[in-house]
Design a binder for this molecule. Structure first.
Ligand code: PLP
Length: 361
């Protein structure tokens, strides 16, 4: 199917703003810095998954499904937005989350419950001490087995779940980010912005892969740089392969070589992804604070704080050459600020020290 024939629905608001960040630009003293506000897509506090859901929900409705089922970690942003889309389009929201049931419900999870989602926890802590690759294999096998049982139970009740893959990063979902490119190019033209770099997060690949495919297809004037949010990220070869599949699916006639896939991770001493996926760390918190105190803008501790760390470091280190302008793609995730583990970790960093006064009567 041609890209132009692909139909979308609008689960949120587009176009998202493209804004100049004057104070951050001044603070870093290099080129002009901009932010593409995909945290403002609107759906259930917004985030990048809305662009993917525009196509995924359309596909589910076209094929007669009456439930949306998706997967992820306990604090998945993608899950929260998928639940909201299901609610809006009168489908049953179902989440299959890998992890033990937390004692305390916070962040995205409490929003999921508020929206009425069925939540299934897939607790694989029994495999926690196994060596790799056995641990991953056993976890994946158990997840697949339980998912099959869950789906069978719903089907018996006449509920047909559309399977939205992790992060919404199927070929259908990634179309949302191919089409984000002309939106950004149009805004740059309207606002007279010249920028040679667009920095985005790299998790399940739909965002980075879609943007890379779109940049090539629409001949964008900027390079797309991906910042992994976890130490376990897929290789440039795998990204290039995904783009080949997108090109075939939508008749784009493009090819991206692994050499053209630019992934930046920082140094072994200070990797942008921090300690591990969704593990609180003080470095990420400091970068979140940098954007908050310069622009009054919030990033989150699991994804965008890390991606922003990468963005700033690329500018400071000269990897984005001195004087060149760059755009930070803010992909959302802010409800994770209020997840218990991240709030606990933030206490010591922000709730002490300078500027804090108590006036006792
Ligand atoms: C999912 C997510 C990402 C990563 O996007 P992918 O398409 O999965 O690579 C980045 N930021 C936030 C806030 C997310 O929720």
């Amino acid at each position: 199917m041609k890209l132009t024939e692909l139909e979308r629905i609008h689960v949120g608001y587009l176009d998202t703003p493209l804004e100049y960040m004057p104070n951050l630009t001044k603070e870093l003293g290099k080129g002009k810095l901009y932010v593409k506000r995909d945290d403002m897509t609107g759906l259930a506090f917004g985030g990048n998954k809305a662009r993917k859901l525009d196509y995924l929900v359309k596909d589910a409705l076209d094929h007669g499904y009456n439930a949306l089922m998706t997967f992820g970690g306990v604090q998945t942003n993608h899950g929260r937005m998928t639940v909201a889309a299901a609610v809006r389009y009168n489908m049953k929201p179902i989440l299959v989350l890998t992890g033990p049931k937390p004692d305390y419900c916070s962040g995205n999870l409490i929003l999921d419950r508020m929206m009425g989602a069925d939540v299934h926890f897939i607790d694989t802590t029994a495999y926690a001490d196994l060596p790799e690759p056995e641990k991953s294999e056993k976890t994946a096998a158990f997840l697949a087995q339980e998912t099959e049982k869950i789906v069978a139970e719903y089907e018996k009740q006449g509920i047909h779940p559309y399977n939205v893959p992790v992060g919404g990063s199927s070929l259908v979902g990634a179309a949302g980010y191919i089409n984000a490119i002309p939106e950004i190019m149009k805004q740059m033209k309207e606002q007279g912005i010249e920028a040679k770099y667009l920095v985005c997060g790299y998790g399940s690949m739909g965002t980075f892969g879609g943007l890379l495919a779109g940049a090539k297809y629409f001949k964008a004037p900027f390079e797309v740089i991906g910042i992994p949010v976890s130490p376990a990220y897929r290789s440039p070869e795998q990204v290039a392969e995904f783009i080949d599949k997108l090109s075939a699916e939508y008749e784009l006639g493009i090819h991206v070589t692994p050499e053209e896939v630019r992934i930046e991770t920082g140094t072994p001493e200070e990797p942008y992804y921090g300690i591990a996926y969704n593990v609180p760390d003080p470095v990420t918190q400091q970068y979140m604070a940098l954007l908050a105190r310069t622009e009054g803008l919030f990033t989150d501790p699991c994804y965008t704080g890390k991606i922003f760390h990468g963005f700033v470091d690329l500018v400071r280190s000269g990897k984005i050459p001195e004087g060149e302008n760059a755009i930070f793609l803010h992909s959302g995730g802010t409800p994770a600020i209020w997840s218990k583990e991240h709030l606990d970790a933030a206490q010591e960093i922000f709730y002490d020290g300078e500027g804090l006064f108590v006036h006792k009567a």
